[in-house]
Structures are given as C-alpha cells and as structure tokens.
Ligand binder design. Structure first.
Ligand SMILES: NC(=O)c1ccc[n+]([C@@H]2O[C@H](COP(=O)([O-])OP(=O)(O)OC[C@H]3O[C@@H](n4cnc5c(N)ncnc54)[C@H](OP(=O)(O)O)[C@@H]3O)[C@@H](O)[C@H]2O)c1
Length: 259
C-alpha cells in the first residue's frame, strides 16, 4: 500500500485530498497543527470506511518543527510515496504595508516548510531504488498577478519557481510537481455574497471544485513520467486578469449595487 503525507489535512482542501487518496487505496498521514479534533474526526471517519489513516501533528513555522514532523512520520512508516504540501497561511497585506514578521511567517509556512519537508522526504523516506512524488499546492495568482495579498503571493511565486528547481535537484529519487487551484473556499474577510460572485469570475463561471484539485494531485502522484511541471486547476481563472484580488473587485461591485 502506498503512503501519502498531506499537510494541513484537517479541513477544506487538505481534508478533500486526504480523503480522495484514502478512497483510492493509499494510506494517508493527515497532518494538522492546531486542528486536532477535526484531524482526529477525519481519521476516524476514514478508518470507519475501511481506509488506512493516521493523524500527525506539527507546526511548520520553523525547521525544527518540520524535522519533528518528519521524525513523527518516520515512527509510522519507513517510506513515503507522496507528499502533498497543502498547509498555508493567507494574510492580507500589500507592498506598502506588509511587515517583516508576517511576511516571514508566510515565507516560512508557505515556502520554506514545503521545501524542507520535500528535502527530508528525499533524504530519509524514499528507499534506495524507489521513487516518490512531492506536490506543492500553489495558487492561480502566480499566473495572474495583482498586488493584493502581497507577501502570500511572493511566497507562492517562489514556490512555483522552486518546482522545477527541486525536480532537477532531487531527481531521480523524487518527482516534484505543482497544482495551482483557483478560488475554492471563502477566505479572509470574504462574505458569502462576495464568495458566490468572486468564485465564478473565471472562464467556466463556477467555483473551482476542490475534488478536481484533489484528482489532479492523485493523477500527478500516480503518473511516473511527470516531473517539474504545474497543473492549473482553476476553471481558467488565471486567464482573467484583474487589477486587484477578485474579492475586492467584487466588494466594490456589491457596494455599487447597494442603495
Ligand atoms: N482557499 C482557496 O480558495 C484557495 C485558492 C487558491 C489556492 N489555495 C491554496 O490551497 C491550499 C489549501 O487552501 P485552504 O484554503 O484549504 O487552506 P487553509 O484552510 O487556509 O489552511 C490549511 C491548513 O494550513 C495549516 N497551517 C497554517 N499555518 C500552519 C503552521 N504554521 N503550521 C502547520 N500548519 C499550518 C492549518 O492547519 P491547522 O488548522 O491544523 O492549524 C490549516 O488548517 C493552500 O496552499 C492555499 O494557498 C487555496
């Protein structure tokens, strides 16, 4: 049975990815940081359905946390076939008001942690002669720049560039790919009204289905010839340029409509 570690697996996209891998016959290690109850509930639900799942806890805020998480993983398995770097922070700032502490926090969790976990996987969790796959969850924003969520975007841009670099560095032990989703879930200060409109501002006029993102992850993890590439799963959102993050554009529209 193949084993996958999914970071930030307690809720939303991470839970969806963990569930699809489990339903497809993989053993899933569901990472969480603060969401212990939700992670345990997910694992309980997967096990009750006959799947193999364990919860692993850890902060991805620094290298020690990443190492501790991988040490915990090694108590569960001596081999990882796939790693999905999904956990992230999403802090609202701009190029004019970002502060170093928050920018560093985002760079640590969104960029350094995926690189460190992937490095650790290549070093310790892919046996000689085997090949694994690491996936970085990106954002359609990396192909559709606007200045909102400035340091978040910087972190995801660097991670997008690192896909090819890591694929070159870690081959043939690891394949490294990315998945760039469009808007799937209500985030930050968004209202339900705002989300409803914003999530359909793409070529297909509907929110990105998290199941499609999970299916893309499973496809990449299962397709041995693909490395160093990124799949956009965003209903074409990256082809609809906007001057600001879609949630703010929609806010202005909604304000214009109110009496
Ligand atoms: N939401 C969207 O519509 C959207 C759109 C495009 C791209 N994406 C990308 O898709 C991925 C998932 O998005 P999402 O909205 O489902 O994520 P999310 O709910 O905002 O966060 C996922 C998890 O990240 C974990 N996390 C945050 N900081 C952490 C830290 N310091 N250490 C360890 N874990 C930490 C949290 O785990 P705990 O709760 O256990 O603490 C959290 O549940 C992200 O990479 C995001 O950038 C999302």
């Amino acid at each position: 049975m193949k084993t996958v570690l999914v970071t930030g697996a307690a809720h939303r996209l991470g839970a969806c990815i963990a569930t699809l891998f489990a339903q497809s016959g993989w053993r899933v290690l569901c990472h969480y940081d603060r969401s212990q109850d939700a992670a345990q509930a997910l694992v309980g639900h997967l096990r009750a359905a006959g799947h193999a799942a364990q919860a692993v806890q850890g902060s991805l805020q620094d290298e020690a946390g990443c190492q501790a998480l991988m040490a915990q993983v090694q108590t569960q398995t001596d081999r990882l076939d796939a790693l999905v770097n999904n956990a992230s922070t999403f802090i609202d700032d701009t190029g004019l008001d970002f502060n170093s502490a928050q920018a560093l926090q985002q760079l640590r969790v969104n960029l350094l942690a995926p690189l460190l976990l992937t490095r650790q996987m290549a070093r310790d969790l892919v046996p000689d002669g085997a090949q694994g796959c690491a996936l970085h969850i990106l954002d359609q924003k990396v192909y559709n720049l606007n200045p909102d969520y400035f340091s978040y975007t910087v972190s995801k841009l660097a991670l997008e560039r690192a896909v090819a670099l890591q694929a070159q560095s870690l081959a043939p032990r690891l394949r490294v790919c990315g998945v760039a989703p469009g808007l799937m879930y209500l985030s930050g200060p968004q209202t339900a009204d705002n989300f409803r409109q914003a999530a359909s501002a793409n070529l297909m006029r509907r929110p990105t289905d998290p199941q499609d993102v999970a299916r893309a992850c499973l496809f990449l993890a299962s397709t041995a010839s693909i490395t160093g590439t990124v799949l956009s799963v965003d209903n074409g959102q990256h082809l609809v340029p906007l001057p600001r993050d879609i949630m703010f554009v929609v806010d202005d529209l909604l304000k214009g409509l109110s009496p």
